[in-house]
Design a protein around this ligand. Structure first.
Ligand code: NAP
Length: 490
Protein backbone atom coordinates (compact mmCIF):
# COMPACT_ATOMS: atom_id res chain seq x y z
CA UNK A 1 0.00 0.00 0.00
CA UNK A 2 1.46 3.34 -1.03
CA UNK A 3 0.61 6.71 0.38
CA UNK A 4 -1.22 8.76 -2.21
CA UNK A 5 -1.18 11.79 0.16
CA UNK A 6 -4.09 13.46 -1.62
CA UNK A 7 -7.60 12.09 -2.10
CA UNK A 8 -7.41 12.45 -5.87
CA UNK A 9 -4.54 13.05 -8.30
CA UNK A 10 -4.83 12.93 -12.09
CA UNK A 11 -8.31 11.46 -11.96
CA UNK A 12 -7.19 8.61 -9.66
CA UNK A 13 -9.17 8.42 -6.42
CA UNK A 14 -7.59 6.94 -3.31
CA UNK A 15 -8.87 4.76 -0.48
CA UNK A 16 -9.13 6.31 2.97
CA UNK A 17 -7.59 3.94 5.50
CA UNK A 18 -6.54 4.85 9.03
CA UNK A 19 -6.80 8.55 8.23
CA UNK A 20 -4.52 8.43 5.17
CA UNK A 21 -5.44 8.61 1.49
CA UNK A 22 -3.72 5.56 0.06
CA UNK A 23 -3.36 3.50 -3.08
CA UNK A 24 -4.22 -0.18 -3.09
CA UNK A 25 -1.44 -2.68 -2.45
CA UNK A 26 -2.28 -4.27 -5.81
CA UNK A 27 -1.45 -1.09 -7.72
CA UNK A 28 -4.46 -1.90 -9.90
CA UNK A 29 -7.25 0.48 -10.78
CA UNK A 30 -10.73 0.19 -12.25
CA UNK A 31 -12.66 2.79 -14.23
CA UNK A 32 -15.89 4.53 -13.27
CA UNK A 33 -17.66 4.96 -16.63
CA UNK A 34 -20.41 7.40 -17.64
CA UNK A 35 -23.38 5.30 -18.79
CA UNK A 36 -24.63 8.17 -20.96
CA UNK A 37 -21.33 8.29 -22.83
CA UNK A 38 -19.05 5.33 -22.34
CA UNK A 39 -16.08 7.26 -23.76
CA UNK A 40 -16.21 9.47 -20.65
CA UNK A 41 -14.17 8.02 -17.77
CA UNK A 42 -15.43 9.70 -14.61
CA UNK A 43 -12.50 8.50 -12.53
CA UNK A 44 -10.12 5.66 -11.72
CA UNK A 45 -10.54 3.87 -8.41
CA UNK A 46 -8.48 1.46 -6.35
CA UNK A 47 -8.95 -2.24 -7.13
CA UNK A 48 -8.25 -3.13 -3.52
CA UNK A 49 -7.05 -6.46 -2.19
CA UNK A 50 -7.99 -8.59 0.78
CA UNK A 51 -4.95 -7.15 2.61
CA UNK A 52 -6.18 -3.57 2.04
CA UNK A 53 -9.58 -4.60 3.38
CA UNK A 54 -8.01 -6.19 6.45
CA UNK A 55 -6.13 -2.94 7.13
CA UNK A 56 -9.37 -0.99 6.88
CA UNK A 57 -11.09 -3.28 9.39
CA UNK A 58 -8.08 -3.15 11.74
CA UNK A 59 -8.01 0.67 11.55
CA UNK A 60 -11.71 0.85 12.39
CA UNK A 61 -11.22 -1.53 15.33
CA UNK A 62 -8.29 0.51 16.67
CA UNK A 63 -10.24 3.77 16.42
CA UNK A 64 -13.34 2.50 18.22
CA UNK A 65 -12.46 3.12 21.88
CA UNK A 66 -11.42 6.70 21.22
CA UNK A 67 -14.44 7.51 19.08
CA UNK A 68 -17.02 6.01 21.43
CA UNK A 69 -15.60 8.26 24.19
CA UNK A 70 -15.64 11.38 22.00
CA UNK A 71 -18.34 13.76 23.25
CA UNK A 72 -21.53 13.44 21.25
CA UNK A 73 -21.57 17.17 20.54
CA UNK A 74 -18.17 16.80 18.86
CA UNK A 75 -19.46 13.89 16.79
CA UNK A 76 -22.54 15.90 15.85
CA UNK A 77 -20.45 18.92 14.85
CA UNK A 78 -18.46 16.77 12.42
CA UNK A 79 -21.64 15.52 10.75
CA UNK A 80 -22.92 19.08 10.48
CA UNK A 81 -19.67 20.35 8.96
CA UNK A 82 -19.75 17.52 6.42
CA UNK A 83 -23.34 18.53 5.56
CA UNK A 84 -22.13 22.12 5.00
CA UNK A 85 -19.47 20.80 2.62
CA UNK A 86 -21.97 18.75 0.59
CA UNK A 87 -24.36 21.70 0.33
CA UNK A 88 -21.60 24.11 -0.67
CA UNK A 89 -20.53 21.74 -3.46
CA UNK A 90 -23.96 20.39 -4.40
CA UNK A 91 -23.80 21.57 -8.00
CA UNK A 92 -20.45 19.90 -8.70
CA UNK A 93 -21.26 16.69 -6.83
CA UNK A 94 -24.65 16.43 -8.56
CA UNK A 95 -22.99 16.66 -11.95
CA UNK A 96 -20.54 13.93 -10.97
CA UNK A 97 -23.40 11.77 -9.73
CA UNK A 98 -25.23 12.13 -13.05
CA UNK A 99 -22.05 11.33 -14.93
CA UNK A 100 -21.41 8.14 -13.00
CA UNK A 101 -24.98 6.88 -12.54
CA UNK A 102 -27.00 8.46 -15.32
CA UNK A 103 -30.02 9.97 -13.53
CA UNK A 104 -31.19 13.47 -14.56
CA UNK A 105 -29.27 16.32 -12.95
CA UNK A 106 -32.17 17.72 -10.83
CA UNK A 107 -32.59 14.28 -9.23
CA UNK A 108 -28.86 14.10 -8.52
CA UNK A 109 -28.95 17.52 -6.90
CA UNK A 110 -31.90 16.46 -4.75
CA UNK A 111 -29.96 13.38 -3.72
CA UNK A 112 -26.85 15.33 -2.68
CA UNK A 113 -28.95 17.80 -0.68
CA UNK A 114 -30.96 14.97 0.87
CA UNK A 115 -27.69 13.37 1.98
CA UNK A 116 -26.64 16.62 3.67
CA UNK A 117 -30.06 16.76 5.33
CA UNK A 118 -29.60 13.18 6.54
CA UNK A 119 -26.30 14.11 8.22
CA UNK A 120 -28.02 17.06 9.92
CA UNK A 121 -30.96 14.90 10.99
CA UNK A 122 -28.73 12.35 12.72
CA UNK A 123 -26.53 15.07 14.25
CA UNK A 124 -29.63 16.15 16.16
CA UNK A 125 -31.60 12.92 16.53
CA UNK A 126 -28.56 11.01 17.79
CA UNK A 127 -28.37 13.37 20.75
CA UNK A 128 -31.83 12.39 21.95
CA UNK A 129 -31.11 8.68 22.51
CA UNK A 130 -32.63 7.63 25.80
CA UNK A 131 -32.90 4.61 28.06
CA UNK A 132 -35.57 3.47 30.50
CA UNK A 133 -35.75 3.33 34.30
CA UNK A 134 -37.48 0.53 36.19
CA UNK A 135 -39.23 0.61 39.53
CA UNK A 136 -38.08 -2.02 42.04
CA UNK A 137 -38.41 -2.96 45.73
CA UNK A 138 -34.92 -1.92 46.80
CA UNK A 139 -34.99 1.72 47.94
CA UNK A 140 -31.21 1.96 47.49
CA UNK A 141 -31.07 0.73 43.92
CA UNK A 142 -31.67 2.37 40.55
CA UNK A 143 -32.28 0.16 37.52
CA UNK A 144 -31.93 1.65 34.08
CA UNK A 145 -30.84 0.91 30.54
CA UNK A 146 -28.07 2.53 28.54
CA UNK A 147 -27.53 2.35 24.80
CA UNK A 148 -24.00 1.90 23.55
CA UNK A 149 -22.32 1.51 20.16
CA UNK A 150 -21.52 -1.89 18.69
CA UNK A 151 -17.98 -1.40 17.37
CA UNK A 152 -16.83 -1.82 13.77
CA UNK A 153 -19.73 -1.55 11.31
CA UNK A 154 -19.39 -2.37 7.61
CA UNK A 155 -21.52 -0.42 5.15
CA UNK A 156 -21.99 -1.77 1.61
CA UNK A 157 -24.09 0.13 -0.91
CA UNK A 158 -25.45 -0.09 -4.47
CA UNK A 159 -25.08 2.30 -7.42
CA UNK A 160 -28.63 3.58 -7.78
CA UNK A 161 -28.50 6.07 -4.86
CA UNK A 162 -24.72 6.29 -4.55
CA UNK A 163 -24.62 9.04 -1.91
CA UNK A 164 -27.98 9.07 -0.11
CA UNK A 165 -27.95 5.37 0.82
CA UNK A 166 -24.37 5.60 2.23
CA UNK A 167 -25.38 8.76 4.15
CA UNK A 168 -28.39 7.11 5.77
CA UNK A 169 -26.22 4.22 6.97
CA UNK A 170 -23.00 6.03 7.91
CA UNK A 171 -24.53 8.99 9.77
CA UNK A 172 -26.42 6.93 12.40
CA UNK A 173 -23.38 4.64 12.78
CA UNK A 174 -21.01 7.53 13.50
CA UNK A 175 -23.26 9.60 15.72
CA UNK A 176 -23.82 6.61 18.02
CA UNK A 177 -20.05 6.10 18.40
CA UNK A 178 -19.35 3.25 15.97
CA UNK A 179 -16.48 3.14 13.51
CA UNK A 180 -17.11 2.31 9.87
CA UNK A 181 -15.67 0.48 6.88
CA UNK A 182 -17.52 1.72 3.80
CA UNK A 183 -17.46 -0.03 0.43
CA UNK A 184 -19.44 1.70 -2.35
CA UNK A 185 -20.65 0.04 -5.54
CA UNK A 186 -17.92 -0.51 -8.10
CA UNK A 187 -20.28 0.97 -10.69
CA UNK A 188 -20.63 4.39 -9.00
CA UNK A 189 -17.91 4.90 -6.38
CA UNK A 190 -17.32 8.66 -6.81
CA UNK A 191 -20.37 9.93 -4.93
CA UNK A 192 -19.51 7.72 -1.96
CA UNK A 193 -15.96 9.02 -2.16
CA UNK A 194 -17.32 12.60 -1.92
CA UNK A 195 -19.22 11.68 1.24
CA UNK A 196 -16.13 10.10 2.82
CA UNK A 197 -14.04 13.10 1.80
CA UNK A 198 -16.59 15.49 3.34
CA UNK A 199 -16.56 13.59 6.64
CA UNK A 200 -12.76 13.35 6.71
CA UNK A 201 -12.41 17.09 5.98
CA UNK A 202 -14.94 17.81 8.72
CA UNK A 203 -12.49 16.43 11.28
CA UNK A 204 -13.15 12.72 11.81
CA UNK A 205 -10.24 11.19 13.75
CA UNK A 206 -8.15 8.66 11.85
CA UNK A 207 -9.65 5.21 11.39
CA UNK A 208 -13.19 6.23 12.34
CA UNK A 209 -14.36 6.07 8.73
CA UNK A 210 -12.48 3.93 6.22
CA UNK A 211 -13.42 4.14 2.55
CA UNK A 212 -12.35 1.24 0.35
CA UNK A 213 -13.18 0.47 -3.27
CA UNK A 214 -12.83 -2.80 -5.11
CA UNK A 215 -14.80 -5.78 -6.29
CA UNK A 216 -17.05 -7.72 -3.97
CA UNK A 217 -15.14 -10.85 -4.91
CA UNK A 218 -11.80 -9.42 -3.77
CA UNK A 219 -12.78 -7.59 -0.57
CA UNK A 220 -16.36 -8.60 0.32
CA UNK A 221 -15.55 -11.44 2.72
CA UNK A 222 -12.71 -9.53 4.40
CA UNK A 223 -14.99 -6.64 5.39
CA UNK A 224 -18.01 -8.70 6.45
CA UNK A 225 -16.86 -12.02 7.91
CA UNK A 226 -14.24 -11.23 10.63
CA UNK A 227 -15.75 -11.45 14.12
CA UNK A 228 -14.47 -7.96 14.94
CA UNK A 229 -17.05 -6.60 12.49
CA UNK A 230 -20.07 -6.30 14.75
CA UNK A 231 -22.61 -5.17 12.16
CA UNK A 232 -23.13 -5.16 8.41
CA UNK A 233 -25.56 -2.73 6.86
CA UNK A 234 -26.06 -3.74 3.23
CA UNK A 235 -28.26 -2.46 0.42
CA UNK A 236 -28.28 -4.38 -2.85
CA UNK A 237 -29.64 -7.49 -4.47
CA UNK A 238 -31.46 -10.18 -2.52
CA UNK A 239 -28.96 -12.74 -3.81
CA UNK A 240 -25.93 -10.90 -2.38
CA UNK A 241 -27.71 -9.86 0.81
CA UNK A 242 -28.80 -13.37 1.64
CA UNK A 243 -25.30 -14.66 0.97
CA UNK A 244 -23.70 -12.14 3.36
CA UNK A 245 -26.37 -12.72 6.02
CA UNK A 246 -25.58 -16.44 6.01
CA UNK A 247 -21.80 -15.99 5.84
CA UNK A 248 -21.26 -13.67 8.81
CA UNK A 249 -20.68 -14.95 12.37
CA UNK A 250 -23.67 -15.45 14.68
CA UNK A 251 -22.54 -12.43 16.71
CA UNK A 252 -22.69 -10.02 13.74
CA UNK A 253 -25.82 -7.95 13.36
CA UNK A 254 -27.14 -7.53 9.82
CA UNK A 255 -29.46 -5.06 8.21
CA UNK A 256 -30.23 -6.05 4.64
CA UNK A 257 -32.21 -3.78 2.32
CA UNK A 258 -32.82 -5.85 -0.78
CA UNK A 259 -34.94 -6.24 -3.90
CA UNK A 260 -38.60 -5.64 -4.64
CA UNK A 261 -41.42 -6.41 -7.08
CA UNK A 262 -43.62 -3.55 -6.08
CA UNK A 263 -47.32 -3.42 -7.02
CA UNK A 264 -49.62 -0.48 -7.71
CA UNK A 265 -53.32 -1.36 -7.45
CA UNK A 266 -55.67 0.80 -9.54
CA UNK A 267 -59.29 0.62 -8.32
CA UNK A 268 -62.36 1.41 -10.44
CA UNK A 269 -63.02 4.64 -8.53
CA UNK A 270 -59.47 6.00 -8.99
CA UNK A 271 -58.72 9.15 -10.94
CA UNK A 272 -57.22 7.25 -13.87
CA UNK A 273 -55.09 10.12 -15.04
CA UNK A 274 -53.47 10.48 -11.64
CA UNK A 275 -53.12 6.70 -11.38
CA UNK A 276 -51.24 6.68 -14.71
CA UNK A 277 -48.97 9.41 -13.31
CA UNK A 278 -48.28 7.28 -10.25
CA UNK A 279 -47.33 4.36 -12.51
CA UNK A 280 -45.04 6.47 -14.69
CA UNK A 281 -43.32 8.33 -11.85
CA UNK A 282 -43.15 5.31 -9.56
CA UNK A 283 -42.16 2.84 -12.27
CA UNK A 284 -40.03 4.76 -14.70
CA UNK A 285 -38.24 7.62 -13.00
CA UNK A 286 -34.59 6.64 -12.46
CA UNK A 287 -35.24 4.50 -15.55
CA UNK A 288 -36.96 1.97 -13.33
CA UNK A 289 -33.82 1.49 -11.26
CA UNK A 290 -35.30 2.13 -7.83
CA UNK A 291 -35.74 -0.69 -5.33
CA UNK A 292 -39.20 0.69 -4.53
CA UNK A 293 -40.06 1.24 -8.22
CA UNK A 294 -43.49 0.12 -9.42
CA UNK A 295 -43.16 -2.91 -11.65
CA UNK A 296 -46.62 -4.55 -11.45
CA UNK A 297 -49.83 -2.63 -12.10
CA UNK A 298 -52.88 -4.52 -10.86
CA UNK A 299 -55.77 -2.73 -12.51
CA UNK A 300 -59.49 -3.49 -12.31
CA UNK A 301 -60.52 -5.23 -15.53
CA UNK A 302 -63.39 -2.78 -16.06
CA UNK A 303 -61.01 0.20 -16.33
CA UNK A 304 -57.96 -1.52 -17.71
CA UNK A 305 -58.27 -0.22 -21.26
CA UNK A 306 -59.00 3.37 -20.22
CA UNK A 307 -56.08 3.29 -17.77
CA UNK A 308 -53.74 1.71 -20.33
CA UNK A 309 -54.53 4.41 -22.93
CA UNK A 310 -53.60 7.15 -20.47
CA UNK A 311 -50.48 5.30 -19.37
CA UNK A 312 -49.22 4.81 -22.91
CA UNK A 313 -49.79 8.45 -23.75
CA UNK A 314 -47.61 9.51 -20.81
CA UNK A 315 -44.92 6.89 -21.49
CA UNK A 316 -44.63 7.96 -25.14
CA UNK A 317 -44.13 11.59 -24.05
CA UNK A 318 -41.10 10.83 -21.87
CA UNK A 319 -37.88 12.46 -23.04
CA UNK A 320 -34.90 10.11 -22.87
CA UNK A 321 -31.33 11.38 -23.00
CA UNK A 322 -28.17 12.35 -21.20
CA UNK A 323 -29.08 13.32 -17.64
CA UNK A 324 -26.99 16.48 -17.97
CA UNK A 325 -29.32 17.79 -20.72
CA UNK A 326 -32.05 20.05 -19.32
CA UNK A 327 -35.58 18.69 -19.66
CA UNK A 328 -34.62 15.01 -19.84
CA UNK A 329 -37.05 12.72 -17.97
CA UNK A 330 -35.11 9.47 -18.14
CA UNK A 331 -31.37 8.95 -18.34
CA UNK A 332 -29.62 5.81 -19.57
CA UNK A 333 -29.48 2.53 -17.69
CA UNK A 334 -26.58 2.57 -15.27
CA UNK A 335 -24.41 -0.23 -16.64
CA UNK A 336 -23.95 -2.55 -19.62
CA UNK A 337 -25.14 -5.38 -17.36
CA UNK A 338 -28.34 -3.47 -16.60
CA UNK A 339 -28.96 -3.00 -20.32
CA UNK A 340 -28.49 -6.72 -21.00
CA UNK A 341 -30.82 -7.65 -18.14
CA UNK A 342 -33.56 -5.28 -19.25
CA UNK A 343 -33.36 -6.37 -22.89
CA UNK A 344 -33.52 -10.03 -21.89
CA UNK A 345 -36.66 -9.41 -19.78
CA UNK A 346 -38.22 -7.46 -22.66
CA UNK A 347 -37.57 -10.46 -24.93
CA UNK A 348 -39.04 -12.73 -22.27
CA UNK A 349 -42.09 -10.45 -21.94
CA UNK A 350 -42.66 -10.58 -25.68
CA UNK A 351 -42.74 -14.38 -25.49
CA UNK A 352 -45.13 -14.62 -22.55
CA UNK A 353 -47.39 -11.51 -22.58
CA UNK A 354 -48.80 -8.84 -24.92
CA UNK A 355 -46.21 -6.21 -25.76
CA UNK A 356 -47.71 -2.72 -26.03
CA UNK A 357 -44.74 -0.42 -26.22
CA UNK A 358 -40.97 0.09 -25.98
CA UNK A 359 -38.09 -1.94 -24.71
CA UNK A 360 -35.95 -0.92 -27.69
CA UNK A 361 -32.32 0.23 -27.66
CA UNK A 362 -32.05 3.80 -28.84
CA UNK A 363 -29.48 4.55 -31.50
CA UNK A 364 -28.09 7.50 -33.41
CA UNK A 365 -26.17 10.57 -32.22
CA UNK A 366 -25.58 10.57 -28.44
CA UNK A 367 -27.56 7.33 -27.99
CA UNK A 368 -24.84 5.26 -29.66
CA UNK A 369 -22.42 5.96 -26.82
CA UNK A 370 -24.76 5.14 -23.91
CA UNK A 371 -27.04 2.46 -22.46
CA UNK A 372 -30.34 3.89 -23.66
CA UNK A 373 -33.58 1.96 -23.85
CA UNK A 374 -37.21 3.04 -24.23
CA UNK A 375 -39.53 2.11 -21.35
CA UNK A 376 -41.51 -1.07 -22.02
CA UNK A 377 -45.19 -1.74 -21.27
CA UNK A 378 -46.76 -5.21 -21.30
CA UNK A 379 -50.37 -6.23 -20.74
CA UNK A 380 -52.26 -9.54 -20.32
CA UNK A 381 -49.60 -10.39 -17.75
CA UNK A 382 -50.43 -13.29 -15.42
CA UNK A 383 -48.97 -14.34 -12.08
CA UNK A 384 -46.95 -17.24 -13.43
CA UNK A 385 -44.97 -15.14 -15.91
CA UNK A 386 -41.36 -14.25 -15.16
CA UNK A 387 -41.97 -10.54 -15.81
CA UNK A 388 -44.60 -10.69 -13.05
CA UNK A 389 -42.42 -12.54 -10.55
CA UNK A 390 -38.76 -11.53 -10.92
CA UNK A 391 -37.19 -8.20 -10.05
CA UNK A 392 -36.14 -6.59 -13.35
CA UNK A 393 -34.82 -3.31 -11.92
CA UNK A 394 -35.43 -1.47 -15.16
CA UNK A 395 -38.11 0.48 -17.05
CA UNK A 396 -40.55 -2.38 -17.62
CA UNK A 397 -44.22 -2.15 -16.54
CA UNK A 398 -46.45 -5.23 -16.36
CA UNK A 399 -50.23 -4.68 -16.42
CA UNK A 400 -52.24 -7.41 -14.71
CA UNK A 401 -56.07 -7.30 -14.89
CA UNK A 402 -57.87 -8.11 -11.62
CA UNK A 403 -61.51 -8.63 -10.57
CA UNK A 404 -62.07 -6.69 -7.38
CA UNK A 405 -60.08 -5.72 -4.30
CA UNK A 406 -59.69 -9.26 -2.90
CA UNK A 407 -58.21 -10.50 -6.18
CA UNK A 408 -55.87 -7.48 -6.34
CA UNK A 409 -54.57 -7.99 -2.80
CA UNK A 410 -54.11 -11.74 -3.31
CA UNK A 411 -52.06 -11.11 -6.46
CA UNK A 412 -50.14 -8.18 -4.96
CA UNK A 413 -49.10 -10.40 -2.04
CA UNK A 414 -48.29 -13.40 -4.23
CA UNK A 415 -44.57 -12.58 -4.38
CA UNK A 416 -41.39 -13.33 -2.46
CA UNK A 417 -40.83 -9.61 -1.98
CA UNK A 418 -42.45 -7.03 0.28
CA UNK A 419 -40.68 -3.72 -0.09
CA UNK A 420 -43.25 -1.11 -1.21
CA UNK A 421 -46.83 -1.11 -2.52
CA UNK A 422 -49.39 1.49 -3.53
CA UNK A 423 -53.11 1.81 -4.22
CA UNK A 424 -55.02 4.44 -6.21
CA UNK A 425 -58.54 4.84 -4.87
CA UNK A 426 -60.95 7.43 -3.50
CA UNK A 427 -62.62 4.99 -1.10
CA UNK A 428 -61.52 5.51 2.56
CA UNK A 429 -62.56 1.94 3.44
CA UNK A 430 -60.22 0.54 0.79
CA UNK A 431 -57.41 2.82 1.94
CA UNK A 432 -57.79 1.39 5.43
CA UNK A 433 -58.09 -2.20 4.21
CA UNK A 434 -55.05 -1.86 1.96
CA UNK A 435 -52.81 -0.57 4.76
CA UNK A 436 -53.93 -3.60 6.82
CA UNK A 437 -53.80 -6.30 4.12
CA UNK A 438 -50.77 -5.54 2.00
CA UNK A 439 -47.52 -7.35 2.80
CA UNK A 440 -45.07 -4.50 2.31
CA UNK A 441 -42.83 -2.43 4.56
CA UNK A 442 -43.78 0.81 2.81
CA UNK A 443 -47.45 1.37 2.05
CA UNK A 444 -48.55 4.26 -0.16
CA UNK A 445 -52.09 5.48 -0.75
CA UNK A 446 -52.51 7.72 -3.80
CA UNK A 447 -48.75 8.19 -3.85
CA UNK A 448 -45.91 6.56 -5.80
CA UNK A 449 -44.34 3.35 -4.48
CA UNK A 450 -41.03 5.25 -4.59
CA UNK A 451 -39.86 7.88 -2.13
CA UNK A 452 -39.43 7.80 1.61
CA UNK A 453 -38.83 10.36 4.31
CA UNK A 454 -35.51 10.85 6.07
CA UNK A 455 -37.31 10.92 9.42
CA UNK A 456 -39.55 7.85 8.96
CA UNK A 457 -38.60 4.15 9.17
CA UNK A 458 -37.78 2.38 5.91
CA UNK A 459 -37.44 -1.30 5.09
CA UNK A 460 -39.20 -4.27 3.57
CA UNK A 461 -40.93 -7.49 4.53
CA UNK A 462 -40.34 -11.05 3.31
CA UNK A 463 -37.23 -11.36 1.07
CA UNK A 464 -36.89 -7.58 0.70
CA UNK A 465 -35.12 -7.15 4.06
CA UNK A 466 -33.86 -8.96 7.07
CA UNK A 467 -36.79 -8.56 9.41
CA UNK A 468 -34.58 -7.10 12.10
CA UNK A 469 -33.89 -3.35 12.07
CA UNK A 470 -35.42 -0.57 9.98
CA UNK A 471 -33.27 2.12 8.35
CA UNK A 472 -33.95 5.84 8.39
CA UNK A 473 -35.46 8.07 11.02
CA UNK A 474 -35.09 7.37 14.68
CA UNK A 475 -35.24 3.62 14.06
CA UNK A 476 -32.02 3.97 12.06
CA UNK A 477 -30.23 4.47 15.38
CA UNK A 478 -31.48 1.19 16.86
CA UNK A 479 -29.41 -0.96 14.53
CA UNK A 480 -26.18 0.69 15.64
CA UNK A 481 -26.72 0.49 19.38
CA UNK A 482 -27.07 -2.27 21.96
CA UNK A 483 -28.84 -2.11 25.30
CA UNK A 484 -27.30 -2.75 28.71
CA UNK A 485 -29.39 -2.94 31.86
CA UNK A 486 -27.65 -1.41 34.88
CA UNK A 487 -28.54 -2.22 38.54
CA UNK A 488 -26.89 0.51 40.63
CA UNK A 489 -26.97 0.12 44.41
CA UNK A 490 -25.12 2.24 46.92
P1 NAP B 1 -25.52 -5.86 -5.83
O1 NAP B 1 -24.93 -6.44 -7.06
O2 NAP B 1 -26.06 -6.78 -4.82
O3 NAP B 1 -24.38 -4.94 -5.20
C1 NAP B 1 -24.61 -4.09 -4.11
C2 NAP B 1 -23.31 -3.84 -3.36
O4 NAP B 1 -22.92 -5.04 -2.73
C3 NAP B 1 -22.13 -3.44 -4.26
O5 NAP B 1 -21.30 -2.56 -3.53
C4 NAP B 1 -21.43 -4.77 -4.49
O6 NAP B 1 -20.09 -4.62 -4.82
C5 NAP B 1 -21.60 -5.39 -3.11
N1 NAP B 1 -21.55 -6.85 -3.02
C6 NAP B 1 -22.12 -7.75 -3.85
N2 NAP B 1 -21.89 -9.00 -3.39
C7 NAP B 1 -21.17 -8.87 -2.24
C8 NAP B 1 -20.59 -9.80 -1.30
N3 NAP B 1 -20.74 -11.12 -1.45
N4 NAP B 1 -19.91 -9.31 -0.24
C9 NAP B 1 -19.76 -7.98 -0.07
N5 NAP B 1 -20.26 -7.07 -0.95
C10 NAP B 1 -20.97 -7.50 -2.00
O7 NAP B 1 -26.69 -4.81 -6.18
P2 NAP B 1 -26.68 -3.60 -7.22
O8 NAP B 1 -26.79 -4.15 -8.61
O9 NAP B 1 -25.56 -2.68 -6.91
O10 NAP B 1 -28.05 -2.85 -6.84
C11 NAP B 1 -29.29 -3.26 -7.32
C12 NAP B 1 -30.05 -4.04 -6.27
O11 NAP B 1 -30.11 -3.27 -5.07
C13 NAP B 1 -31.49 -4.31 -6.65
O12 NAP B 1 -31.81 -5.63 -6.32
C14 NAP B 1 -32.28 -3.32 -5.80
O13 NAP B 1 -33.60 -3.72 -5.51
C15 NAP B 1 -31.44 -3.27 -4.57
N6 NAP B 1 -31.69 -2.05 -3.82
C16 NAP B 1 -32.39 -2.13 -2.66
C17 NAP B 1 -32.69 -0.99 -1.93
C18 NAP B 1 -33.45 -1.07 -0.64
O14 NAP B 1 -33.41 -0.11 0.13
N7 NAP B 1 -34.16 -2.15 -0.37
C19 NAP B 1 -32.24 0.26 -2.39
C20 NAP B 1 -31.52 0.31 -3.58
C21 NAP B 1 -31.23 -0.85 -4.28
P3 NAP B 1 -19.60 -4.52 -6.36
O15 NAP B 1 -20.23 -3.29 -6.92
O16 NAP B 1 -18.12 -4.43 -6.26
O17 NAP B 1 -20.08 -5.77 -7.04
Amino acid sequence: MTDATSPCADGVFANLIDGAWVRSSTGDLFADINPADTTDVVGQFQASSKEDAERAVAAAAAAFEGWRRTPITTRARILTRAADHLEANAGRFAEELTREEGKPLPQSRDEVLRSAQTLRFYAVEGQSLTGETFVNDDPDMDVFTVREPLGVCTVITPWNFPISIPARKIAPALITGNTVVFKPSSDAPLSGFRLAEALAAAGLPKGVLNFITGSAGAIGAAITEPAVVRAVSFTGSTRAGEHIHRAVPFTTRTQMELGGKNPLIVMEDADLDKAADLAVKGGLSLSGQACTGTSRILVMASVRDAFTDRLLEKVRALKIGNGLTPGVDLGPLATAGQLDTVLSYVAQGKREATHLYGGDCLSGDEYDRGYYVTPAVFTDVTQDMRIAREEIFGPVLAIIAVDGYADAIAKANDTDYGLAAAIATRDPRLMHAFARDIQAGTVKINRTTTGNLINAPFGGLKRSSTSTFRESGRTGLDFYTQTKTVYRGC
